[in-house]
Design a protein around this ligand. Sequence first.
Ligand SMILES: [Zn+2]
Length: 251
Amino acid sequence: MHPHKNSKNGISCKMVLQAVGKVLRKSKPKPNGKKAPAEEKKQYLEAEFTKTRVVDFDLKELVVLPREIDLNEWLASNTTTFFNLINLQYSTISEFCTGDTCQAMTAACSTTYYWYDEKGRKTKCTAPQYVDFVMSLCQKLVTDEEIFPTKYGKEFPNSFESLVKKICRYLFHVLAHLYWAHFKETVALDLQGHLNTLFAHFMVFVREFNLVDPKETCIMDDLSEVLCNPAPLPAPSSAPSPSSQNHVTER
Ligand SMILES: [Zn+2]
């Protein structure tokens, strides 16, 4: 028994359960009593949720390589930050991601991710096991002084870019699972704004430096489209545009 740990978890667990209970009670069953096919339930695409972000400015400005900063330094610092933030975001719902609730590492578009061990063997694992593999690997890589050097004058290895790509690919899997399997709980905790901001920032970053294959990220393109390209401000009035009134001038 670890009393300090238990009391802390006890409080957060109770609060989260109450919050999730509220959200679950709100959702009405389908009239015919049948469960909707999984592909229909992209709650995260509903306008009510896609408008929630913590910051509302052009994220592209945040990710472009600043002048005077070395590309590898920039990639290292951003990758480490995304690892920490995604790990933290996952930890907010980790008590709902169990071997029972998430028997596989699922994501949108009927995606299931499998873990490949060091010998390249495909391993079947639950989502919490998969996330644990991802986080342990990322932790090991970003704290390895030979790969992510922090000391002045130390060079990045030749494999640096491919390792950054590997980390980003796995972190994307975690984000995709969060949206697919734990969006309801994220909403119950009122953390969807943080998740949306994190996802949009991450996507703009990996696109800027081509770090994740678009074939991987396409399963979340519908959400990326909405979050990474904010809609222009609505027009001041709905009056017909001049072009529709002067349709004869085009001759
Ligand atoms: Zn899960």
